[in-house]
Ligand binder design. Structure first.
Ligand SMILES: NC(=O)c1ccc[n+]([C@@H]2O[C@H](COP(=O)([O-])OP(=O)(O)OC[C@H]3O[C@@H](n4cnc5c(N)ncnc54)[C@H](O)[C@@H]3O)[C@@H](O)[C@H]2O)c1
Length: 628
């Protein structure tokens, strides 16, 4: 049995102050709303910083607000939606230990009770004021016999409980610290996930950035929450802040670095790191992976994973995730812009005007409406382009080598040739498989309608550029837009050359189809989300190197995650160990890839701990983890 927890409610269990939320609901529609709300906030801050007597502060605020029962109920509903993330994710701990948790608040029973009931904490373990409603249905004060209505009330209320054993207080305010100061508790954790008060931090025994950190210190051992504070996450190459924020919100501490790392330096920094995030520059080879003694997962915060030795990662049971579709929309939008620009000869007209020539003419300029767009490759990008093109009044025909669901009114064609023959604009969105080399060459260009336009935002090798230059020169193609090329400069410092340079009605862009701020943010969020799902649930969906398994939250169980070499006998050995120790299996999942297998077993949390060593010792084991 661990210590008794006395947990502050306001700005600790919930992200805001009860009184401020009550103020919002009371003042809705009041013409002096802003001024009154500000006055309430100021009084709260001064009281929390220990500058104003608590009882006086409470009285002054209630007189200003005079809440009705409806306003209090409404505030309760809002606060139910404001649970602090680290408390929400440790619901299991709170429920299992509700009998030794007390919740304390300078706010009101009427609000706090229903909010913490969701964690299984009974009303008798809530210490808070009770509102005193007048005949007019409004509360202008609280029951005065309650010590919480007075200065020093929190300490007195806890003392009155006569709690036995160790008492630990968690809170963000000075009045929470007072409980410890007056001896009613042994330790005080300043809780800073929602607000930081320097005076309180200075007085605290410990500072906790999340409830996980409190638990890691106060409730260690296999039965309690995962010690996130001990996990090391290293993000290189300026990974988007959205990813860092996502990890921090889950209670992790992130080490972030601007540049890429390679070779010995990367190997050195990887020691002790559990999760590594990189973009395209850091080369993660077998040697670097060999030295990564604690590594569980790698996030490639980009589209490709060529920079990572995926086989070596699989061979160590390290999961790798990337974000293949985070920039789909960006590519689609550029395609739409290019289609419009080509049909209106925007490029040539803009250049002429830059050179001082006014060339106003409608000749050869066409609307999209009613024209046919031919999409080759109806995957993520092709199918989304189909929707936007139809919305602009285009008719869409497409060809894909795979079975694809037709979207909207698009028409599927049985061959590439049919698409080429019908389309006014052909847009290429195929993947980079080797067979797609020169998919569009002289013969295919010959099948296109005279005066049609060609767009390639997919892969450079898909089009025979020389043949396109000829078709443009002969006037068979009216225009073309290229974002990808068979040979692209490795950096901005290198020059670019192509037979397409200088040709009429040809728009060239430097492989920027997917390069937008939004795509970067999407990548940050997507990869962080995948990494968190793997850490918290063992979920490998979208992993590029481990068998993909989508898993639900661990609930009321311990989850064994076993990643192993795909070799005969592993599953039998795992099941043998489980049977031998008499474990009660609640759920089991298995997926096997070419080289690696992944077994997940949810078991009842009462089991002999020796089974863990037995499972770790199964021949072929690459990684073994327990989640609870
Ligand atoms: N320009 C950029 O910055 C940029 C950004 C993102 C993606 N891309 C590229 O765009 C392309 C499409 O990306 P996606 O996310 O839609 O990929 P995806 O895998 O979802 O779709 C590709 C589709 O092409 C089909 N396909 C392959 N070969 C074909 C062929 N010969 N004929 C007809 N269909 C064929 C596949 O069956 C698949 O449906 C990829 O090559 C990708 O690398 C470029």
């Amino acid at each position: 049995m661990g210590p008794v927890f006395v947990i502050d409610f306001d700005s600790t269990i919930v992200t805001g102050e009860t009184l401020e939320v009550v103020a919002e609901t009371c003042l809705a529609g009041d013409p002096e709303r802003e001024a009154k709300a500000q006055a309430v906030r100021e009084i709260t801050d001064r009281a929390m910083a220990g500058e104003l007597d608590f009882g006086e502060a409470l009285k002054a605020r209630l007189e200003l607000l005079a809440p009705t029962r409806e306003a209090v109920d409404e505030a309760t509903e809002r606060l139910k939606g404001m649970i602090t993330p680290s408390f929400a994710r440790n619901r299991g701990f709170l429920e299992q230990n509700a009998d030794r948790i007390w919740v304390i608040s300078g706010g009101f029973h009427e609000v706090v009770e229903p909010v913490v009931a969701a964690f299984g904490i009974p009303p008798k373990q809530v210490l808070a004021n009770r509102l005193a409603f007048n005949g007019d249905g409004r509360a202008r004060g609280v029951e005065e016999a309650n010590p919480l209505s007075r200065a020093g009330g929190k300490a007195e209320a806890v003392r009155n409980l006569g709690l036995k054993g160790e008492v630990v207080v968690i809170g963000d305010g000075w009045t929470d610290y007072e409980i410890r100061e007056t001896g009613a508790a042994q330790r005080f954790h300043a809780f800073v996930e929602n607000v930081r008060r320097e005076k309180v931090i200075a007085a605290a025994d410990h500072v906790a950035a999340s409830f996980d950190e409190v638990l890691a210190r106060e409730a260690p051992g296999p039965k309690f929450s995962y010690p996130r504070s001990k996990m090391r996450i290293l993000l290189l190459e300026n990974v988007h802040p959205a990813a860092i924020e996502r990890f921090e919100r889950e209670g992790y501490t992130v080490e972030a670095a601007k540049g890429a790392l390679e070779g010995a330096e990367l190997a050195r920094r990887l020691k002790g790191v559990h999760v590594l995030g990189i973009r395209s520059k850091s080369q993660l080879d077998a040697e670097a992976l060999a030295g990564a003694d604690r590594l569980l997962a790698v996030g490639a915060f980009c589209i490709g994973t060529n920079q990572i030795d995926l086989r070596a990662a699989s061979g160590r049971g390290v999961a790798v995730f990337n974000a293949p579709y985070a920039n789909t929309r960006s590519v689609v939008e550029l395609a739409v812009g290019l289609i419009v620009s080509l049909m209106r000869d925007v490029q040539r007209k803009s250049v002429a005007l830059h050179e001082g020539r006014w060339d106003k003419s409608a000749e050869g300029a066409r609307e999209l409406r009613g024209k046919t767009l031919g999409i080759v490759g109806y995957g993520a990008i092709g199918s989304q382009l189909s929707i936007l093109a139809e919305a602009m009044g285009m008719r869409v025909v497409f060809f894909d080598v795979g079975e694809k669901l037709t979207i909207g009114n698009a028409v599927r064609k049985r061959s590439l040739g049919e698409v080429l023959e019908e389309a006014d604009v052909v847009s290429l969105h195929v993947d980079g498989r080797a067979e797609n080399m020169n998919l569009i060459g002289a013969a295919e260009l010959q099948r296109m309608r005279p005066g049609a336009a060609l767009i390639n935002l997919s892969r450079g090798h898909v089009v025979d550029i020389g043949a396109v230059a000829q078709a443009l020169g002969s006037g068979r193609l009216a225009g073309a837009a290229f974002d990808v090329f068979p040979e692209e400069p490795a950096s901005n410092a290198e020059p670019f050359d192509s037979p397409l340079r200088g040709l009429r009605n040809v728009i060239l862009t430097p492989h920027i189809g997917g390069s937008t701020e939004e795509a970067q943010e999407n990548i940050g969020e997507f990869v962080a989300e995948r990494l968190l799902a793997f850490l918290h649930r063992g979920d490998t969906s979208h992993s590029v190197n481990l068998p993909n398994l989508q898993l639900s939250e661990v609930s009321g169980a311990h989850r064994f995650l076993h990643i192993h070499r795909n070799q005969p006998g592993v599953l039998a050995a795992i099941n043998g160990a489980i049977a031998e120790h008499g474990l009660n299996i609640l759920a089991q999942h298995l997926k096997t890839g070419e080289e690696t297998g992944y077994v997940i077993v949810d078991v009842d949390h009462e089991y002999p701990r020796e089974v863990i060593a037995a499972l770790r010792g199964v021949p072929g084991t690459l990684k073994f983890r327990v989640l609870y």
